[in-house]
Design a protein around this ligand. Structure first.
Ligand code: GTB
Length: 216
């Protein structure tokens, strides 16, 4: 019998259920693959305690457990799932390698500039340099978005069929949806909307919202 999958997620996400915490990407992958999973909710205090640090050395969510295997890092978790279940990576070797390349590009080339903006706004918002720094960061984001938009062109997805590369790329781009930057690149805004419209994304979003919605 296959072991069940358990993820960790914030007991209460600071975004109040906007789906921006990284468990949403893993939930989305699991929904795309039709795999059942359970979620263990963790408080900010418990994240830094020994039991959680055994699963995640940096004291973060999400983690993934299945039988004897425990993983952290969303890229690794999604790649592990995509490699072991059909539906998120093409079967043909070169196409598979290209899809994996997009997953890495999302995490290593696009997400870092986006994270700089989050850090400047939320972690350094009161610092005297922030007002001057934010426009510089936004321009660095625009440079990457323009390159990505040019590559995507009129395609629905980055390389043929929807893949784990698109799943991570859309998840990364969702982090700047509220900033308005995405709307400067209409094909990217449509690409993200196409990802959000997928039934598997909708289920993942609803599941995290159910936890984070303030009780009426
Ligand atoms: N590289 C790791 C991965 O991809 O798994 C990064 C994991 C990570 O950053 N986890 C964050 C965390 O646990 C939650 S997702 N932070 C707690 C800590 O470090 O102590 C980042 C996040 C948090 C909140 C929002 N939000 O409120 O909008 C969005 C994203």
């Amino acid at each position: 019998m296959k072991s069940s999958i358990t993820l960790t997620a914030f007991e209460r996400s600071p975004d109040g259920g906007k789906g921006l915490a990284r468990d949403t990407r893993v939930r989305w992958a699991l929904e795309e693959l039709g795999l059942p999973y359970q979620v263990r909710l963790v408080s900010f205090t418990a994240l830094k305690e020994p039991a959680h640090l055994k699963l995640h050395p940096f004291g973060q969510i999400p983690t993934f457990e299945e039988g004897d295997l425990a993983l952290f890092e969303t890229g690794s978790i999604v790649l592990h799932l995509a490699q072991n279940h059909s539906g998120l990576l093409p079967a043909e070797a070169d196409a598979r390698a290209r899809a994996i390349t997009w997953l890495f590009a999302a995490l290593n080339t696009i997400e870092p500039v986006i994270l700089e903006l989050q850090t400047a706004k939320f972690a350094e918002g009161q610092q005297p340099w922030t007002e001057a720094r934010v426009p510089l960061i936004k321009n660095r984001i625009r440079e990457r978005l323009k390159q990505l938009a040019d590559y995507l062109g009129k395609q629905n997805w980055l390389d043929g069929e929807f893949s784990a590369g698109d799943l991570i790329m859309v998840s990364v781009l969702l982090r700047i949806k509220a900033s308005g930057l995405l709307d400067e690149y209409p094909n990217l805004a449509t690409y993200v909307a196409r990802g959000e419209a997928r039934p598997a994304y909708q289920r993942a979003f609803a599941a995290q919202l159910a936890i984070n919605q303030p009780s009426a």
